[in-house]
Structure formats: structure tokens, C-alpha cells
Design a protein around this ligand. Structure first.
Ligand code: SAH
Length: 356
């Protein structure tokens, strides 16, 4: 077996390793608790394990300080408390993670890939191209590091309450590693975060959505729609050429039918492109038969692109138009804009480059 991070192992895999090593399998639960609940970063700190077992673990696995990421992350804190972390991975790749605190919630927005291959025309994540998938341990380490820095002075929350897979990358394009992380986040011996407090967001990778519907998880699914018909979606999201609008809506209908779970659609409001009256009409029509909620996101400015957000008035008109047509609508407020941590602003970049 290679010398890998122990956080790449599911609870079952760890049990198997222990059995093979002539150890009792309940030790797996103890090890999980040390890692995910007590946040230790060395096997030596696992006090209820024998010296022998600790040595065996250290020989087989890593559990490095800095949570498997090369060094402690650079951090930028917004005036609204939103905190952006820039991690450097062991191979030098860089990824970003965002903590979004409110009075009652501490949400962590995690990245699943270094860079992104989907190239949505409004999103900064794809600007530097795709580098690689993150491992399960790299996904979990983002959360563990943020957890280790709580409580925040801003709201005194001492525990992460929600996880959203809305950082850089496409979760369903890194399916196995993401799902394994989701299960560990959810597991009571792991991070113990309720499934309904975990959201996986996709740009519309249909085979991934189908597979996800068969997992038997209560995890929330969000779909980045951003178009009101095939042409408008084609213009903004290259993935729509492979998985076109109508087929995506059909897959969503099937997903809600099969799982009895609601889908959240994310829809960016861009001036003159996606926010006009006809867009609202067409959008409402295409949502028929899908149990869903529509989350409107006013476009967040990204340096490389020329789009603009609509006026407050247009945004409200769009929202009202959907409501009149029976759509359940929420409007997302931008958080962390001053530290480029708002939706779509995360990008592959170096600290020296654009970070202040
Ligand atoms: N690849 C996945 C996960 C990323 S989620 C997905 O596409 O869903 C990031 C969310 O921010 C997506 O809904 C994305 O479409 C949105 N986003 C990207 N750029 C944005 C921008 N400039 N303004 C507002 N939202 C943006």
C-alpha cells in the first residue's frame, strides 16, 4: 500500500486495513473521531490507541500538520466576516475555500478541483484552465482547517454547520472523491454534518446527476442553470453543447421524481442577457414538473469579463415575474465581494499575483 493521507479512506476501508493489520476494527471509529471531531494532526495525539497501532498508522499513512495541505493558508477577511483561504497543495497547486458566517450558520464553500475544465463564460474558475482533481483528503482538509480556526469573533459559532460544494471545479466531474468526502462529512463518526446541510452543485453533468440520484443520500443538489432556453445557455455555458437544456431539465424531472427531493437552480442575472421579461417567462415555463427552488444570483463582476449586473429594479421585476408564475424564488446576496470571495470570483491564482 502506498503512503497516502489517511483521510482518503472511508470508515469501511479503515476497518479493513485494521483487520488486515490484526487490530480490532472498532479502532476505526476512534481514529475517525480523533481526526474529524477532535481535529488532531498527528497519530501520536491519538491517546486511546496503543503505541504499536500508532506506529503502524504512521508507517502506512500521513496525517500532516496543515491538514495535508503544504502550509497554513493565506487568509483574507471581508468586512462582512466572509473569509477566503488560499491553500497550497503538496504539489504546488493552489485552491480557495470560503467561510461564510451568519448569525446562526457557518457555511464552508469547498473546491473540488484545481482549476476547472468547463469554461463558463462568466466564471473566473476556468480562466487558468484545468489542473487536476482534488483527492478526498484535500477536500476534507479544507473543512478541517477552517474548523480548527473557529470560533470566529464575529458570531461565536464554534462549529461548521453547512457545507456547499460551490468552490472551484465541478464536483460531479470528480465523482468518487467528492462522494467519499460527502459521506465522511455526513457520517456521525466523521464530521457529523446533516445531509440536508450539505449541497453539491453542478453545471449540469447529466450522467453525474443520474448517478447521484441513486446514492440514497439526503444531500441537496443544486444545478447551475443560467439560461432560460437552449440558445441562451449555449451562449454562456459550453457544457450545454454536450448536455443540452431540454435533456438537463428532463434529467432534473427524473431526479426529483426518483428522490422526492427538491432541486435548487442557480440562475445568474446578467444585464441584457438573462434578466429580461421574456427570459423570466421562458424560464418559468421550462420549470414545469420539477420540484424546485430558484436561487437568483446577481452577476458578480469578474475582472476578465465585460458583463454587468442588472439594476435593482430589473432584478426585482425578474423575481416578481417568476413568483407570479408560481416559482419558489430566493435572491442571493453577495458576500465577501471585497476579498473576491463572492460566487464565481474564485480563481486559480498565486498570492503574489492578484491577491492584495
Ligand atoms: N461547477 C459547479 C460548482 C461551482 S458553483 C457548478 O457550476 O455549479 C459556483 C456557482 O457560482 C455556480 O452557480 C456558478 O455558476 C456561479 N458563478 C460563477 N461565476 C459567477 C459570477 N461571476 N457571478 C455570480 N455567480 C457566478
Amino acid at each position: 500500500m502506498n503512503h497516502q493521507d489517511i483521510r482518503n479512506l472511508s470508515l469501511d476501508e479503515l476497518c479493513c486495513f485494521l483487520k488486515d493489520s490484526k487490530e480490532q476494527s472498532f479502532r476505526a471509529t476512534q481514529i475517525f473521531k480523533w481526526i474529524y471531531q477532535k481535529g488532531v494532526t498527528s497519530f501520536d495525539q491519538m491517546k486511546n490507541l496503543s503505541q504499536g497501532l500508532r506506529e503502524k498508522l504512521a508507517k502506512q499513512f500521513t496525517l500532516t500538520g496543515g491538514n495535508g495541505l503544504k502550509s497554513s493558508p493565506a487568509k483574507q477577511i471581508s468586512i462582512d466576516g466572509t473569509t477566503k483561504y488560499l491553500f497550497e497543495l503538496a504539489d504546488g497547486e493552489k485552491i480557495e475555500t470560503v467561510l461564510i458566517p451568519t448569525k446562526t450558520r457557518a457555511t464552508v464553500c469547498v473546491s473540488t478541483q484545481a482549476g476547472c475544465k468547463f469554461g463558463c463564460r462568466f466564471c473566473a474558475s476556468g480562466v487558468g484552465g484545468f489542473k487536476r482533481n482534488l483527492t478526498t483528503s484535500e477536500i476534507l482538509a479544507q473543512i478541517l482547517t477552517v474548523q480548527s480556526q473557529l470560533p470566529l469573533t464575529i458570531n461565536h459559532l464554534s462549529k461548521i454547520t453547512h457545507i456547499v460544494f460551490m468552490g472551484t471545479g465541478e464536483p460531479l466531474d470528480n465523482y468518487e472523491n467528492v462522494l467519499k468526502a460527502v459521506r465522511i462529512i455526513n457520517l456521525k463518526q466523521g464530521l457529523g454534518i446533516g445531509a440536508r446541510r450539505i449541497t453539491v452543485s453542478t453545471c449540469g453533468v447529466i450522467p453525474g446527476i443520474e448517478r447521484f440520484s441513486r446514492e440514497g443520500l439526503q444531500v441537496e443538489l443544486a444545478i447551475s442553470l443560467h439560461g432560460f432556453d437552449n440558445a441562451s445557455r449555449n451562449a454562456l455555458m459550453p457544457v450545454n453543447r454536450k448536455y443540452p437544456f431540454d435533456k438537463l431539465m428532463q434529467a432534473c424531472r427524473e431526479y426529483t421524481k426518483k428522490t422526492k427531493r427538491q432541486i435548487t437552480f442557480e440562475y445568474i442575472l446578467i444585464k441584457d442577457l438573462t434578466s429580461h421579461a421574456q427570459a423570466a417567462q421562458k424560464l418559468a415555463r421550462s420549470l414545469k414538473g420539477v420540484i424546485c427552488k430558484m436561487n437568483l444570483i446577481p452577476y458578480n463582476p469578474v475582472q476578465e469579463f465585460d458583463y454587468e449586473a442588472p439594476s435593482r429594479k430589473e432584478i426585482n421585476a425578474f423575481k416578481e415575474s417568476l413568483i407570479r408564475r408560481g416559482v419558489h424564488v430566493t435572491l442571493r446576496s453577495a458576500r465577501g465581494q471585497d476579498v473576491s470571495a463572492a460566487c464565481g470570483q474564485l480563481r486559480y491564482q498565486t498570492l503574489k499575483g492578484q491577491h492584495k
